[in-house]
Design a protein around this ligand. Structure first.
Ligand code: NAD
Length: 486
């Protein structure tokens, strides 16, 4: 196995990063590009031994990092952000080559956001305080104490963005980290390790291990020295991780899948509603928050569909490195098979294909809209994670809300309506971690983020991230000379 590979002109180390050292494994796995299916290189494939080593390194580095003053931790996080900003072009092209998402959005949106993740949590750390309060003359002081080594496990659909949204608050809180990126897109995590080292982060504070899910994951999530597990990924994996973490009652944060509704009311600005609907094809539909269930009020459904078809038909699908491309490839041949399986089963059950419904050459799936789908059908109830939307109609607000809430998920919901009172009424009834009214994907890092029902456990973001990554402590101090223990 070569220690380094060159991807789109950028040198990427293929080994783990443990205790400030690059570490190889006997086994490897092949990382491929969704753009053309080509092999990018062999990546170190960790197992229990690498997991043990990474937790040991994180544990050894913890006392000193936890004792590092907040201002110094914040300074180092800003230095990492500087390093990310210097390497935006490299990170963007490597990420696009590895996971197939658009280069233009990596360049202009995602990678700047990665830097912002570090800056935001560095700054938020410095504001973190709870006003002291009194109990019968005793003072109460609340502190956010670092918890210990944290295992952070991330998916492939937005690799570095989702990884750093966990790494930044975990490090800011004074914890050490073991990051396990997804095996279908491991490369930018390795570049992050380089950037953190160059920024001066002490050895062992951030560790990166690569490998297949359970093969390395079980040893990480069941380890007694691990104090927090934050996971973003699918529901079946989350259940397995929760079972593994149960051995030590390790606190978990789970950010999982969705089957979110996009409700279009007759009083909506229809042009805006159509734009919002077409946006759900972003990242080839591989977005957890996507509003994949279009729920449209009867009286505007025909006009909405006509405009949607025209707009979606203008989307350009192709090479994600091309600035003009709107939709890139799907991540992996297995994901394509999964997507097509959902669509073909839906069609066999009587769904009508408004657009798409088939693969295209290479690793592409045609943007698809299915209608005539039953509420209890698989395609309405289960996450497809591809460019596949369903369209159902509703007669009135009550029916719209009922359909919107009628899945096992509760990650997000989007509504298009011109009536602010309706927006308030409907929002109050929706089961969703995030509701967008006449907009989509506006995300502030200080907002609580997470899902209800099978979409997740807990919330991260702003102070909620620190609440999760810290051991909260309340210190009660008696006034001088006070003897009463009552
Ligand atoms: P996945 O569950 O297959 O894998 C996610 C990660 O878990 C990978 O790194 C994988 O290697 C690892 N893993 C697998 N088995 C493991 C085990 N037993 N122990 C420890 N780690 C293990 O998910 P995926 O296919 O990579 O990602 C897609 C899913 O992620 C979708 O369901 C999507 O909705 C969800 N997602 C959710 C959010 C959110 O914020 N709620 C964001 C993005 C993606």
């Amino acid at each position: 196995m070569a220690d380094k590979i060159t991807v789109a002109g950028v040198s990427v180390d293929t080994r783990h990063w443990v205790g400030g050292q690059r570490v190889a494994s006997v086994d490897t796995f092949t990382d491929t590009s969704p753009i053309d299916g080509s092999a990018l290189g062999e990546i170190a494939r960790g197992g229990p031994a690498e997991a043990q080593a990474a937790v040991a390194a994180a544990r050894a580095a913890f006392p000193s990092w936890a004792a590092t003053p907040r201002a110094e931790r914040a300074r180092l996080l800003h230095a990492i952000a500087d390093g990310v900003e210097k390497r935006i072009e490299e990170l963007a092209i490597v990420e696009t080559t590895d996971n197939g998402a658009l280069l233009r959005s990596h360049r202009r949106g995602v990678m700047p956001r990665v830097a912002h993740n570090f800056r935001f949590f560095a700054d938020w750390l410095l504001t973190l305080e709870h006003e002291d309060f009194e109990t019968r003359g005793h003072s109460n002081h609340v502190s956010w104490d670092p918890a210990g080594p944290c295992v952070l496990i991330t998916p492939w659909n937005a690799p570095l963005m989702l990884a750093t949204w966990k790494v930044a608050p975990a490090l800011a809180a004074g914890n050490t980290v073991i990051l396990k990126p997804a095996e279908w897109s491991p490369l930018t995590a390795s570049l992050l390790a380089d950037i953190a080292a160059e920024a001066g982060l002490p050895a062992g504070v951030l560790n990166v291990v690569q490998g297949y899910g359970a093969e390395i994951g079980d040893a990480l999530t069941s380890h007694p020295d691990v104090r927090r597990i934050s996971f973003t990924g699918s529901v079946p994996t989350a259940k397995r991780i929760a079972a593994s973490a149960a051995a030590n009652l390790t606190p978990l944060s789970l950010e999982l899948g969705g089957k979110s509704p996009l409700l279009v009311f007759a009083d909506a600005n229809l042009e805006l509603a159509v734009d919002l609907a077409v946006e759900q094809y972003d990242n080839a539909g591989q977005v957890c928050l996507a509003g994949t269930r279009l729920l449209v009020e009867d009286s505007v459904a025909e006009e909405f569909t006509r405009r949607f078809v025209a707009k979606a038909g203008a989307l350009r699908q192709g090479d994600p490195r091309d600035e003009a491309t709107d939709i890139g490839p799907n991540i992996h041949p297995r994901q394509l098979e999964k997507i097509d399986g959902f669509v073909q089963r839906a069609i066999a059950e009587g769904a009508r294909t408004v657009i798409g419904g088939h693969r295209r050459d290479g690793q592409f799936y045609a943007p698809t809209l299915l209608t005539d789908v039953a509420q209890d059908s698989e395609v309405v109830q289960e996450e497809v994670f591809g460019p596949v939307l369903t369209l159902q109609t509703f007669a009135d607000e009550e029916e719209g809300v009922r359909l919107a809430n009628d899945t096992r998920f509760g990650l997000a919901a989007t509504l298009a309506t011109g009536d602010p009172e309706r927006a308030e009424r409907v929002t109050a009834q929706l089961v969703a971690g995030t509701v967008w009214v006449n907009c989509f994907f506006v995300r502030d890092l200080q907002a609580p983020f997470g899902g209800s029902r099978l979409s997740g456990v807990g919330r991260e973001g702003g102070t909620w991230s620190f609440d999760f990554y810290c051991d909260l402590k309340n210190t009660v101090t008696a006034p001088k000379g006070f003897k009463d223990h009552g």
